[in-house]
Design a protein around this ligand. Sequence first.
Ligand code: 5AD
Ligand code: SF4
Length: 470
Amino acid sequence: MREQGQQEAQRQLMIIEQCKERIAALTREAGRPLTYHISTFGCQMNFKDSEKLAGILEQLGYVETDTEEADFVLLNTCTVRENANQKVYGHLGILKSYKKKNPHMMIALCGCMMQEELVVAKLRESYRFVDIIFGTHNIYKLAELIQTRLESKGMVIDLWQDAKEIVEDLPSVRKYSFKAGVNIMFGCNNFCSYCIVPYVRGRERSREPEDIIHEIEEMVSQGVVEVMLLGQNVNSYGKTLEHPISFAELLQRVEQIEGLKRIRFMTSHPKDLSDDLIEVMKNSEKICRHMHLPVQSGSSRLLEKMNRRYTKEHYLELVHKLRTAIPDISLTTDIIVGFPGETEEDFEETIDVVRKAEYDSAYTFIYSKRTGTPAATMENQVSEDVVKERFQRLLDVVAECSAKRTGRLEGETVEVLVEGISEQDASMVTGRLSNNLLVHFKGDESLIGSLCMVHLDQAKGFYYIGTKAD
Ligand code: 5AD
Ligand code: SF4
């Protein structure tokens, strides 16, 4: 498997070289550099994929531009909820008008939404101006797909049901020079009954620990100080490898990388969160004091229907263990409101968990019916009015809890990683605390990428205003 992946990477590098000449010829014809733009929807995995796709485009000679009025536009799509799909169709309408002005423009679509047959049928039928469609398993083939498009006239469609091999070591660009995402696994085997991810991202596959360590070491040598280990369910990392290794063991190995300062990871599934992991976090100098632990619902009855494989009590027990072992940990979560059959009592159980778990923040979602998932055909879909009213109540409780949690650190001095100039005020920079909260404080560009001590003057709900302390 691993050798096949390496061979495929070599083949792609050769194709990039050939395709580069074609793009150079087109550039000469145009008399200006050819531009590209990638619009990314959805989760961290998609953002990571977009960095790989940008790497290939830059190798080919395209230059990034910040508008979709470009020579090569790629929409990296998400399909977790229906409104994500609607956004893509909206963008396509605009892109069609750009293409009328620039007939050489190429429009490509990839990502989770493309793994759905109905979507692709609709695109074939009504969006003929799209040039290239590919999915989640073959992003490393972008240069080959562009080459095919340049040699043929019609729409190029390349979709795979599942991944063949893990292809690594292709060019990639990084949005930040000091922090980076690292895929440790792909896909998901959990089949939560509302979720489309297992159908569009395929079965769970872990990368070899050596490959992960090697990639991080490379990044650190280029100036990265913080990594985010990415997987749909990182707690089950390594179980299916030829030489199995646990996520806790992987973390211990990553911890030893010299020069690396901070380690983050997401997402954790409560059913697989081990005591070993809690122990490793507790003793670690580098693992950030933050855990994203999606609860989805507080009702054990609904959790069973969701196929989450834990109960409310089990979840709260985990929270208790985490808070006992790591008192300063911040917890965040995902919650779905309006899952089929959700009663007022079920919803109140969710509110109860929010209050007991004392989340620092929560991503709240209105249930969205995804065709092909078991929940889509469940009875008692909850009416829109009821869902909206519950959703608002949940937001209020979450905001109340966040404010309480954030207030606790007011007056303390903490270490932050400076990520950039503040979006609100150009005389300030924004830094991230170990617990993932943000602080804005006076500073300039020279601080970006550095770790510094900051006094948290004032808590503002879910961020702070501070002063540099050293
Ligand atoms: N409807 C609403 N939210 C969903 N999520 C996943 N599928 C759905 C759906 N069908 C949410 C879950 C998950 C997050 C990434 O998206 O809360 O944790
Ligand atoms: Fe979807 Fe559940 Fe897998 Fe998360 S763990 S991606 S919610 S199926």
